[in-house]
Ligand binder design. Sequence first.
Ligand SMILES: C[S@@+](CC[C@H](N)C(=O)[O-])C[C@H]1O[C@@H](n2cnc3c(N)ncnc32)[C@H](O)[C@@H]1O
Length: 264
Amino acid sequence: MPATGARPLGVEDEAGAAEAVRKMFDSIAPRYDLLNHVLSANIDRLWWRRAARRFRAVLAQPEAAVLDICCGTGDLTMALLKLRPRGARPILAADFSRNMLARGARKFGGPSFRPIAASAPYAIPLEADALHLPLADKSLDLIVTAFGFRNLANYEAGLREFHRVLKPGGQLGILEFSEPGGLIGKAYAVYFRRLLPAIGRMIIGRVSGGKDAPYNYLPSSVGKFPPPPELLALMQSTGYAACAWQPYTFGIAGLYTASKPPIV
Ligand SMILES: C[S@@+](CC[C@H](N)C(=O)[O-])C[C@H]1O[C@@H](n2cnc3c(N)ncnc32)[C@H](O)[C@@H]1O
């Protein structure tokens, strides 16, 4: 049966799944950056930069309305900001975990969060649920998300919500993990399912949650996430055009891209 959305262990319904995910990120926020960089050997930095570069043309437009949804502690937002011209309209950086967002805002926020030069590009933090964005229909030129989409309680509802707020011709980029095939896939599976939870446990510390502790959630959520052909089919059926997937680093991660068709 195709996956409908994230389901942390022991949770059956969408509201419960969203609440469990939000609480988990709230609890690991202080250690999230360290965990990320150690577990990915810093390759995540290359992935954020590469994903941002894919949207260089739209980011270069000062008036472009850009949303980084599930921005967390803001590293993709920072990569996007590097490609914004001085004086550009601020990026919106949204997440439903207050603790993750607070950490992000210290990196990407405007003058009230950190000292920045006048006209330096910045982002506005927005506490919001990706499935119920407090944004007008057809208001955005670009939506990007890194490693957040997998956590949504309903993938189709997420794609529909993004479609609602994108302008006709607007673009979508979803950076997500995937499970590579072949020999690389086998070696990676050993790392991902055995070594990664052990390292994660050392960094986060032993937390309550047992089998559903954050370091177990990552591999299990990637294992349950639809493979690229399935997600691309879902993107097409929810009204997107030019749907494509570009594998990164042997397909350990990859960037889904699509656009909302312009009105003809
Ligand atoms: C793995 S982190 C990724 C953070 C950041 N984008 C990065 O690349 O490091 C996933 C983020 O998605 C957020 N998230 C998950 N579901 C969400 C939802 N329904 N609405 C808003 N944020 C959500 C979590 O709170 C968390 O901060």
